[in-house]
Design a protein around this ligand. Structure first.
Ligand code: C5P
Length: 234
């Protein structure tokens, strides 16, 4: 399935690779996040690369420029195709990250977590809150200016991002749910079809598939949802 990245939010490599093998031939792009990486480290990335899978290493790096640059270089050497740093980390940090990334790694700036809603944004000088869309656009502008390849945002901001930055910025959207599915801890969500229509390049899907009793059937449902979607123009 092109444009789909499955999030391997598991506590062990064996459990994660069980799913990868179950879906062999169907999904080729997998996200390794903090839980799995903290448990298994680079080993799990090597196992995925050995199976010829593309790896999105979602480490959400946020530290001083030198430390982040070192981690980015290591992730590139590991074979990460996509890697995240926090867009809130500042221009110096993101520029150092962009400089340290190897040829094969595309860097994404994490904007506003999809688990956060409007109420988590601070009030401005006149007591008015920024909207998530404005906040995301502001962070994305910084990420783009610093030389990152793309951003992670919710599907609800994808259209505004695409219109503002054109096709030059890679758009990756978590917060994907099929109609009537539980939101779990997520707030800013949309269906696969809506996210694709809004201009997302990659949809990150976790529990909608990994939490389903039959992951193949869940992927069928994602495919059906996507089937009638067309991308909107600005
Ligand atoms: O299970 P679910 O589909 O909600 O998982 C979403 C995945 O996307 C998780 O692995 C989470 O870490 C990641 N993510 C997110 N929001 C972001 C960035 C990454 O939910 N802004």
């Amino acid at each position: 399935m092109s444009g789909i990245i499955l999030a391997l939010d598991y506590a062990s490599a064996s459990r994660a690779l069980e799913l990868v093998d179950l879906l062999a031939g169907r999904v080729n792009f997998y996200k390794v996040g903090l839980e799995l990486f903290a448990r298994e480290g680079p080993t799990v990335v090597h196992h995925l690369r050995k199976r010829e899978k593309q790896v999105f290493l979602d480490l959400k790096l946020h530290d001083i420029p030198r430390t982040v640059a070192g981690a980015v270089a290591a992730a590139s050497e590991m074979g990460a195709r996509l890697l995240t740093v926090h867009a809130a980390g500042g221009a110096g940090m993101m520029e150092a990250a962009a400089e340290a990334a190897g040829e094969g790694t595309r860097l994404l700036g994490v904007t506003m977590l999809t688990s956060l809603g409007t109420s988590s944004l601070p009030r401005g000088a006149h007591g008015v809150r920024m909207t998530p869309e404005d906040h995301v656009l502001q962070l994305a502008a910084g990420a783009s200016a610093a030389g990152l390849d793309g951003v992670v945002a919710s599907p609800l901001e994808a259209e505004a991002l695409r219109c503002r930055f054109g096709d030059g910025l890679l758009l990756v959207t978590p917060g994907i749910r099929l109609p009537r599915q539980s939101l779990h801890d997520q707030r800013r969500v949309a269906t696969p079809r809506r996210a694709r229509e809004a201009g997302a390049d990659y949809l990150v899907i976790g529990r909608a598939v990994t939490g389903a009793p039959d992951p193949h059937a869940a992927l069928d449902a994602v495919e059906r949802d996507l089937a009638s979607g067309e991308r909107d123009s600005c």
